[in-house]
Design a protein around this ligand. Sequence first.
Ligand SMILES: [Fe+2]
Length: 360
Amino acid sequence: MSATISEYPSPSNNARVYVVEDDPHVRTLLANILLHNGNEVIPFSNGAEALDAVMHYPPDLLLLDVTMPEMSGFKVCERLKKNPMLKDIPVIFLSGMGATEDKMRGFQAGGVDYITKPFHSEEVRARVNTHLSLSTLRTKLAYQKLLEREMRELSEAQQATIFALAKLAEHRDDDTGAHLERVSEYCRLLTEQLGEQSRYADQISADFVACIQHASALHDIGKVAIPDSILKKPGALTTEEFSIMKTHTVIGAENLQTIFNRYNDNPFIGMGVEIALYHHERWDGKGYPDGLMGKNIPLSARIMAVADVYDALRSDRCYRKGFDHETVTSMLLKESGTHFDPEVIKAFLSLEEQFSVIMP
Ligand SMILES: [Fe+2]
């Protein structure tokens, strides 16, 4: 099971240091140095007692004498490092043995530093403070990574839930099949292309691409409110039926807006509102619901319009077969500058092959 945020201690200013040293004179000297350094000091005369205390009252750092009766400092350190909950506590060894092989043995046991006796109080303070700072930074970094991961998981769970709801709404219209998955992919491709090479490149970030990829699923969510007699009508709609059908844009957007009012720092829902409301607007101003024209239509909705119409024309309907890719491409091209934003159609043309592969 993964760790939770509460398992990560917050970095402490008044760090707790264990001094494990069998010589009472050296132990008192070290304790005084660290008390003057502002630390909480807990002294131990042997490793076994220190190990027992570590389990219940973990320190931020251990100063560990190497040569002690019964259990050496190296042994104490090795045992500490075997415990996953305690292994990150930094250990600094103290020893009269200053040979390189002794120091190497200390690092192999898991120590982070080595102080040779006799020592200067300044050196002890400097080394302790350095490793406390490093340890605090490591803890902060681990906490930040955990927080980022949990935020990402939460965001993915929210998006999956909303996609599932959009999918439920889509199932009322049997003709569409995997329409939501395909338009999501079309939107991603178009937006990435526009971000790389178009007049809109400066408006498109990686977040914008991720947003439209997920928010596109919400475009027809308002269709849940359209009666079956209209939504599933096999033939052409009457004027009155069409005016009811057109309300799916406003109904979808109003419902998403109530969610956005509560979570207004969520760009995914914000873009969902734009897309639901404006995906049937036209570049020439003859679309609905508001008859917006040109760049007054949000970019996300202008991209969505191309993705949505391409997929609708390629799909089979109960009253007609889906058109082939070449036919749909020429239909879209003909509508560039009237129905569709010419810049988005330009991006579509450079991605043609990828579009044709997505639609089986
Ligand atoms: Fe629609």
